[in-house]
Design a protein around this ligand. Sequence first.
Ligand SMILES: [Zn+2]
Length: 195
Amino acid sequence: MKKQENESFSIDEKKLELYNEMAWQERVSKKQMEPDIDISSYLVNQGFEIIRADLPDSITGILLVDETNEEKPLKVIAIKKGKEKPQSRFIVAHEYAHAFLHKKGTLQFAHRDYENLANNQQEQEAEAFARCFLMPKELIIPLCTKFKEDRDLVNKKTSKEDLIEFVRNNFDVTVKKANQRIRELKICEELHVPC
Ligand SMILES: [Zn+2]
């Protein structure tokens, strides 16, 4: 069973559309429309503290929010030290997604993520929101379209791997996340790239 692969696709299209909309609104309202957004600075500007920590082996990231003291709210995202930049960026986006989607009205909220993400709704939602935030439809589709068109002009064939590489470089994400996003947005089908 390819459980791992299917995990991120069990989010339904409507929800994905909604998350994309919410994530894009966030970015537009803060004027952060560049593909390789500096997510740490973005969140620091919103009062988060981002820490790189020596977390236990199985743990990738932790979110801790405590707003009981209104004057001194605590919003911390801890990510495991030693991860490559594209991975760290995604973990930060994933923790932010929990704060954005799941904290709701509570003043205190904590969440912990493991290397092997639990296959439950909250985790899939956080993953989907993180993909939408780091690779908004409004950026990835026009950029991929232009990439393909420029290659067409010089009679260069475009493969799915070329698209993944392009997205990985431009959005500073891992191959795996680039691939997931391309698939969920059906970019290959859209651009007539063989998948
Ligand atoms: Zn999570």
